[in-house]
Design a protein around this ligand. Structure first.
Ligand SMILES: NC(=O)c1ccc[n+]([C@@H]2O[C@H](COP(=O)([O-])OP(=O)(O)OC[C@H]3O[C@@H](n4cnc5c(N)ncnc54)[C@H](O)[C@@H]3O)[C@@H](O)[C@H]2O)c1
Ligand SMILES: [Zn+2]
Ligand SMILES: [Zn+2]
Length: 344
C-alpha cells in the first residue's frame, strides 16, 4: 500500500491463465463515487472461465473481483448518503437507471448493465472505486469476512425466488460449488423436505452433506434413478443446475416431475443440446436465474446476519498475491473449499 504516493497493488489478469501483481494508480473518484479499501474479495466461478479466456465479457488486461467487502475511505464530492469509515459491500452492476427493468428494481437485467471487475476495474486490488448508489453498508456487528459473501449468497437468494413452492417437496441440485451450496441453503430455508445434491468432487459433496443435503456421486449412482425412486417414480419438484454443462442440464430435465421446474443457473457452456420434447410432454418450466436484484442483495445481508449461511469452516483466506495460484487450484479441483477470499 502506498496511498501517499497514489499507487496500489492489484492482481491483473494479463492473458489466458496468466495473473500478475502490478502497481497501478489508486482510482480517482468521479463526483458520485466512493473509494473502498478492499478487505476480502472472493473468487467467483464465472471468473474461472474468464481467467481461461472462455468468456467474451472479460478482456485482458483486467482487474477482476466483484464479490467483496471493505471500508469506505473516501467520498466523491456529490456523495452525501455514506460516510468514511463505514464497512460495506457493493452491488456490482452499474445500470442506466431509467429503463423498465431498472425502474422495477432489476438493474441486473438492464440491457446496458456493466459489471465491476469485467467492464471496469474490480476488487482484486487494494482500492476500488464504485458508484455510491451501488454501496450496501454492512450492519455494524457483521464481520468483513462474512460481508464478503453477500454477492454469492444473493445468487442463492435469487435461485430461491425461482424454485416455486418447495415446502415438503423433494429437490435436486447438480453442482456443489458456491452456487449449488447456496441454492441448497435457499431450498432449506424455503422448506424442501429432501434435497439431493450431486457433484464429482468428494470434498465438495462433504460440504453438501454437512449442510443437510443428500449427496450423490454421478459416477457411482444414476442420479435420475435415485431421485425417481425417492419420489414414487415421479421425479423432483424442482431441479437446479449449478454447473451448466450439457449433461447436467439434461439430467436436471430428466429428473424433474411433470409440471415441475428446472432452474438453470450454471453458465459453464453457452449452448447445449437439451431434451426439449421431454420439456413439452411433461410441461416443465425452464427458468433461468441470473445474479440478483438489489432486493436480493439486502435479503442476502439479512441471511448472513441471521446466521443462516454456515459456510465459515470452508472459507479459505489467501493473500492477493497468491490469487493466480488459487485460480489454477480452483480450476484443477476445488477440494474442500466453498470460497476463496483474497486479502490485499
Ligand atoms: N446464474 C448466475 O447468476 C451465476 C452466478 C455465478 C456463477 N454462475 C455460474 O454457475 C456455475 C457454478 O458456479 P460456482 O461458483 O458454484 O462454480 P464452481 O466451478 O466452483 O462449481 C461447479 C461445481 O460443479 C461440479 N461439477 C462439474 N461438472 C459436474 C458434473 N458433470 N456433475 C456434477 N457436478 C459437476 C464441480 O465439481 C464443482 O464443484 C458456473 O458456471 C458459474 O459461471 C452463475
Ligand atoms: Zn460472482
Ligand atoms: Zn436500465
Amino acid at each position: 500500500m502506498n496511498k501517499s504516493q497514489n499507487t496500489m497493488h492489484a492482481l491483473v489478469w494479463t492473458a489466458p491463465r496468466a495473473m500478475e501483481m502490478q502497481t497501478l494508480p489508486i482510482p480517482v473518484l468521479e463526483p458520485d463515487e466512493v473509494l473502498i479499501k478492499v478487505a476480502y474479495a472472493g473468487i467467483c466461478g464465472s471468473e474461472l472461465s474468464g481467467y481461461l479466456g472462455h468468456n467474451a465479457l472479460r478482456v485482458p488486461p483486467l482487474v477482476m473481483g466483484h464479490e467483496f467487502s471493505g471500508e469506505i475511505v473516501a467520498l466523491g464530492k456529490d456523495v452525501t448518503t455514506l460516510t468514511e469509515g463505514q464497512n460495506a459491500t457493493v452491488f456490482p452492476f452499474t445500470a442506466c437507471g431509467v429503463c423498465a427493468y431498472c425502474v422495477q428494481g432489476m438493474p441486473q437485467l438492464c440491457v446496458s448493465r456493466k459489471l465491476l471487475g469485467a467492464h471496469r476495474p474490480g476488487a482484486f486490488a487494494e482500492y476500488v472505486a464504485v458508484p455510491a448508489v451501488q454501496v450496501f453498508p454492512l450492519p455494524s456487528e457483521m464481520s468483513l469476512r462474512l460481508g464478503a459473501l453477500t454477492e454469492p449468497v444473493a445468487c442463492g437468494v435469487r435461485v430461491g425466488e425461482w424454485v416455486g413452492a418447495v415446502a415438503g417437496e423433494v429437490a435436486l441440485i447438480i453442482g456443489a460449488g458456491p452456487i449449488g451450496l447456496l441454492s441448497l441453503l435457499a431450498l432449506k430455508i424455503y422448506g424442501a423436505k429432501r434435497i439431493f445434491i450431486a457433484d464429482l468432487d468428494p470434498a465438495r459433496l462433504e460440504i453438501g452433506a454437512a449442510l443437510g443435503g443428500e449427496v450423490l456421486d454421478p459416477r457411482a449412482v444414476d442420479v435420475i434413478q435415485v431421485v425417481r425412486e425417492a419420489t414414487g417414480g415421479l421425479g423432483s419438484a424442482v431441479s437446479v443446475d449449478a454447473v451448466g454443462a450439457a449433461m447436467t442440464r439434461r439430467q436436471c430435465i430428466s429428473a424433474t416431475r411433470a409440471l415441475g421446474r428446472v432452474v438453470l443457473s450454471g453458465l459453464h457452456e453457452e449452448t447445449s443440446a437439451m431434451p426439449v420434447a421431454d420439456v413439452i410432454r411433461r410441461e416443465l418450466t425452464l427458468q433461468g436465474s441470473f445474479s440478483y436484484s438489489p432486493a436480493n442483495f439486502s435479503e442476502a445481508i439479512k441471511w448472513l446476519q441471521e446466521g443462516r449461511v454456515p459456510l465459515d469452516p470452508w472459507l479459505v483466506e489467501a493473500p492477493l498475491l497468491e490469487g493466480g495460484l488459487w485460480f489454477d487450484r480452483l480450476i484443477e479441483g476445488p477440494g474442500g473449499v466453498a470460497k476463496v477470499l483474497l486479502i490485499p
